[in-house]
Ligand binder design. Sequence first.
Ligand code: ATR
Length: 290
Amino acid sequence: MSTQDNNLKWKAAVIGHPISQSLSPHIHNYWFQATQLKGDYQAVDVAPEGLKDTVGWMKADNFAGFNVTVPHKTAILEFMDKLTPLARRMGAVNTVLIGEDGKLTGFNTDGIGFIKHLNTEVPDWPKDRPAFVLGAGGAARAACLALLNAGVPMVMISNRTREKAEAVADEIGQGRMTVVDWKHRQDAVAGAGLIVNTTTLGMVGQPPLLLDLTGAPSDTVVYDIVYKPLITPLLSAARNRGLRIVDGLGMLVHQGAAAFKLWFDKDVGFDDTLRNQLLKELGEESGDTA
Ligand code: ATR
C-alpha cells in the first residue's frame, strides 16, 4: 500500500471518438478494486486532431498507458517510439505502454483477447479444420492472425468489399488463407470448424448477418465479436441449431486484461461478478449464453 501511495502511475485511459459507450472504464475500474490498487481508468473523447496533445498530457500526467479504439488505432502509430512485431504486422495499436523514460510502446492485444476467450469458452474448438472469418477490418485481421498462430490449417475469409479480404490474406495469410466471395459465403459453412463474425452486421441498429447454418457440422463453433446485443441473430440461429456459441464480450475483457498486465503487472480475469456488471451496463437481462 505504501508503494501505491508513493507511486502516481496507477492511471490509464481509453481514447476514441466517440467513446461514451465504452465498457473499458467499468472493466478496468473493477480490476483496480479487485487488486486493491487505488487506480483510475477514464474514457477520453479525442478527435483526430487532438491525438498529439492527448499523448503529451498523458505522458506529463504519469499515465501508465492507454487503450486506443476507433478511429485512432492506425493514426496512433506515428506517436510510438517502439512497436511490438505483432502491432507492426497488424498496422494497428490498441494498447500503449508509457515507460519510465516517457517512451511509448505500441501493442496489439485484440488477437490475444480473441483467442483467450475462445480457448476459455470452448477449449476443444475444432483446431484441425478450416476457420471461416467474415469481415476484413482490424478485428478480422486480429482474429485471422490469432487463428493462424493457433495452428488452424486454413482460414477462409469473406468480406463485402473483396479487395480488403484479399489484402488481409496477402499481408498476414502465410499461404494459409483463401478468399471466399461475399456472394458465395454460404459455400464456406459446411467446411468450417469455426465461424467468426467480425463485421458490424447483427449489431444493434444494423441488419443481421445472413448465413444459413443448416449445413454446418454439429461440432462447429460460432463466434460473434459483436456484444451489443450479446446474443446476435447469428448466435441465436447457431444455438437453435445446437451449435456451440461464443459471444463478443469476453474478447473485450481479455484484451483489457492483457493491457492491465502490461501496465500494472497484475493478473486479472473475467469472473461472474464482472460479467454481470457488464451485462447490466449493456441492458442485458441474464449472463446465460450457453
Ligand atoms: P473493425 O476495424 O472493428 O473490424 P471496420 O474496419 O469498420 O471495423 O470493419 C467493419 C466490417 O464490417 C467490414 O468488414 C465491413 O465490410 P466492408 O469492408 O465491405 O465495408 C463490414 N460491414 C459493415 N457493414 C456491412 C454490411 N451492411 N454488409 C456487409 N458487411 C458489412
